[in-house]
Design a protein around this ligand. Structure first.
Ligand code: GLN
Length: 191
């Protein structure tokens, strides 16, 4: 299985390492032709404005949209923002998921935090999740098939899936737990 990791900016190396740990081949994607022969794509955390601007510059926006029409894509943190249809402000987006996302939703005092999350599709107990200047999903379109996979204790939505598209507000690539990467691999196998 060959999984691309968008390598324009952000923590793509950590995703690479995690993928290698679950026996998937990781391929760095910087140009449209890098998408050829991939089974899926991960968009890492980082700075969504930078990732968006670079994706426009390298002509990747339309090719990623076409890729995502067929194949699984997972966005973590900035990647979640980039996948969203609506973030309430202007910046380049893929606009593939019917979710509304609030960037930097946790304000200054809680810019970064860690917590244990119950994720509905994962067995084996809560997942330790790292949030770094994280976004929050503020609306999901259930009619479009968006499912909520995880919420914070206060109800804030932090993981969603819409058919073969997955988005998490936190960074599963920064912890040792491989369950979400395995879950994505299983999504690819069944899609
Ligand atoms: N705050 C970043 C943004 O808005 C996302 C942070 C992250 O990916 N860790 O793009």
């Amino acid at each position: 299985m060959r999984i691309g990791v968008l390598a324009l900016q952000g923590d793509f190396l950590e995703h690479r390492r995690k993928l290698e740990g679950v026996d998937a081949e990781a391929v760095e994607v910087r140009l449209p032709e890098d998408l050829e022969a991939l089974d899926a794509l991960i968009i890492p955390g980082g700075e969504s404005t930078t990732i968006g601007k670079l994706a426009v510059k390298y002509g990747l926006v339309e090719p990623i949209k076409a890729f995502a029409a067929q194949k699984p894509v997972w966005g973590t943190c900035a990647g979640m923002i980039f996948l969203a249809k609506d973030i309430g402000r202007e910046q380049p987006l893929l606009g593939l998921m019917d979710i509304k996302v609030n960037r930097n939703a946790f304000g200054r005092q809680r810019d970064s935090f860690e917590t244990d999350l119950e994720i509905s599709r994962l067995d084996g107990g809560p997942l330790h999740a790292v949030f770094i200047r994280a976004p929050l999903v503020t609306e999901v379109d259930g009619n479009a098939g968006v499912e909520i996979l995880a919420r914070l204790d206060d109800g804030g939505i932090v993981a969603v899936q819409q058919k073969h598209l997955l988005a998490t507000a936190f960074h599963p690539e920064l912890t040792d737990d491989t369950r979400l990467h395995k879950y994505f691999v299983a999504m690819i196998q069944t899609s």
